[in-house]
Write a protein that binds this ligand. Sequence first.
Ligand code: RUB
Length: 296
Amino acid sequence: MQIRGAGKIACAGASALCDFSDRYEGESVECFRDDLDAAVKEILGSRPTAVSLWNGVHACIRDIDSAKGLEEARASVSENAKRFVEMSARAVEAIGRIGSKRIRDGDTIMTHCNSSAALEPIKRAHDQGKELKVYATESRPWRQGILTVNELADAGIDVTLIIDSSVRTVMKKVDKVFVGADTITSNGTLINKIGTSQLAVCADEARVPFHVCSETYKFSPMTMFGDLVTIEERGCEEVARREELRDRVKIFNPVFDSTPAKYIDAIITEVGVISPGSVYDIMVRQLGDGIFKEME
Ligand code: RUB
C-alpha cells in the first residue's frame, strides 16, 4: 500500500524486475531464469486484483525463453521493463488528451479513490481553460481521496471532498463521473476500488454518464479463458480498532468491487474511446493469436 493505483503498481513491478536483472550476480542463464521466476511470483503475490501488475511483469519476461545466454536474458528483462514504464506514461498522457474532449466548460465531475488515469483528463481539461468542479470521495478505509483532492487543488481545480455514503445525494449536482480501473474483464466488467459500483448505480439512476479511464494493459487476458478476478481482502485493523468492538464482531474488508458493463458509458483508453463490448476484440488484436496457444 506504499504504492497506490494499478498503473503505478504495474510500473513498480516492472522497475523491480529491471533492478533485479541489472544487479544479478549469478553465473548462468538457468539460475537467472529460476531466480527471476521466484521474483516474479513474489511481485505478483503483492496485489492480487490489478491485472496491470501481471501484464507489466509478463511484458518484462516475455523474451526470456528465447534468450541465448545470461547477458541477453538480463538485457531483455531490463529493456522490456523500461519500455513498459515508458509506454505506461504515454498511455496516461493519451488518455488525458482523449478524455479531456469529453469534458465541457462548466462541468461538475465526480471521481473515486485516486486514479492517475481518471485525473489526467480532468487536469488536461482545466489546462485548456475549462471551468470545472470536482467532487472526490474519501474512499475509506485508506482514504485515497485525500491524495486526489490535494492533487487537484495543487493543479488549481475547484475540488470538494465528500464522504463515501454521500455519493447518491451529491450525484444530483454532477454532470459526469470519471473513475480508473484495476482490471477490466473480457465482457467489459470493471474491477476498481470498493464503492465504484455505488457511483455507477447512482450515476445510472441520475442519468449521469459514467466514464472509465483505463490503459489497455488493465484488460485481463485470463478472463477470456474463464478465470474470475480475485478480489483482494485486507485486514480488519484498516476498518476499526479491535478495542472499539465486542469480541463477537467480525469485519469484512474487500477492497475492490465489480461494476457490470451495462453501467459504463465509455472506456477511455490510449487507443481511443471504446464501449465495454469492444474489450475482448482489443485484447485479441493486441495480444495476437499466440495468446490462445499460450493459455491452453
Ligand atoms: C487504487 C484504485 C484506482 C485504480 C486505478 O486502489 O482503485 O482507482 O487502481 O488507478 P489502491 P490508476 O489505492 O488500493 O491501489 O489510474 O492510477 O492506475
